[in-house]
Design a protein around this ligand. Structure first.
Ligand SMILES: [Ca+2]
Length: 329
């Protein structure tokens, strides 16, 4: 914690309270979608107990309060152990994290390495690299990024909260509008309205910024959903507590307590979450939800409640954040 950060941690910041949380009543909903990507299906009926959820993603200001109180050091601020990464080049064993860079021209979108760079010195305090900082970029009210799953979990533990399950997150993101493609209806941009921070134009080289934001935006910059929650869609992906599964488990195989409804599903297991394309890296993957400012119509239409994406738990990037829940049971 430096003096600059102390200046931005207000006496009124108290992320350990339930101020700024919204109560989501328990209920049932149709989880998933059969209309977009295969990993979102099958649609199944899910019942969720009531819970509290943060009204916004955890901001840099709130994360700074956590670091000030605990001295916590994030994963991206520590040099990786080459033993955990077979084949790692020795000069890569330095602290840093992944930063998105727009490409100058159209590229093959099957190769994310063209727009992601591992930047030494990038971390939550310097989200675009060592020469960037929260004050100069006016990011204190933006979602914290460059946080791994362990960092998000550490914050939640400190705050006396938890990370949401995928089902809790999706139930809250739908805002009570069950079965719709988008959190606000059946159109991405009804009458041209920009209702979340995503990428307008051709990814990853032509961002029209019709929503006003090229990277992250301050929380509450876009309308709340039906539950009064902000930035569930777009802005940053959000970590959940669930291990990744390639498909949702159909209700009929999940020992439902009532006909065709699954109670409070909790995702898969660490072994099943591993990336089959990278068998040498035994690092589990958790479910991300909500899409980010990098989701675009031509590349990744994941600015929807049903959308999901796997991410290795040690990853820290410029487009992943999180929020917390408190369960009532
Ligand atoms: Ca945008």
């Amino acid at each position: 914690m430096n003096r600059l950060m102390v200046k931005h941690v207000r006496d009124t910041d108290n992320p350990t309270s339930h101020d700024g949380m919204v109560r989501i009543p328990g209920g049932s909903f149709a989880m998933g979608s059969d209309r977009f990507y295969p990993e979102e299906g099958p649609v199944r009926q899910v019942r969720i107990d009531g819970f509290l959820i943060d009204e916004t993603p955890v901001t840099n200001r709130q994360f700074a309060a956590f670091v000030a109180a605990t001295g916590y050091v994030t994963v991206a601020e520590q040099a990786p152990d080459p033993a955990d990464y077979p084949g790692m080049l020795p000069d890569m064993a330095r602290a840093g994290s992944l930063v998105f860079h727009k490409t100058p021209t159209p590229v093959d979108t099957r190769d994310p390495s063209q727009w992601w760079s591992f930047v030494f010195g990038a971390c939550w305090r310097h989200p675009l690299g060592p020469d960037s900082d929260l004050d100069a970029l006016d990011l204190w009210e933006h979602p914290v990024v460059q946080v791994s799953h362990a960092d998000a979990q550490a914050y939640a533990d400190w705050a006396g909260k938890a990370l949401p399950t995928e089902a809790e997150w999706e139930y809250a993101a739908r805002g009570g509008a069950d079965g719709l493609d988008y959190a606000w209806g059946e159109e991405l941009a009804p009458q041209g309205a920009m209702l979340a921070n995503y990428w307008q134009g051709l990814f990853p080289f032509a961002n029209q910024c019709l929503d006003g934001w090229e990277r992250t935006s301050p929380v509450r910059a876009f309308p709340a959903n039906g539950h009064g929650l902000y930035d569930m869609i777009g802005n940053t992906w959000e970590w959940t507590a669930d291990w990744w599964t390639d498909r949702h488990r159909p209700a009929r195989k999940a020992k439902p307590t009532a006909c065709c409804t699954i109670d409070n599903p909790r995702g898969g297991n660490v072994r099943g979450s591993l990336d089959p394309a990278q068998p040498d890296i035994p690092i589990g993957r958790k479910v991300l939800k909500g899409g980010s400012h990098l989701c675009a119509e031509n590349y990744c239409q994941r600015y929807r409640p049903a959308a999901r994406h796997p991410e290795m738990i040690d990853s820290a990037t410029s487009h992943i954040g999180f929020r917390c829940v408190v369960r009532e049971t």
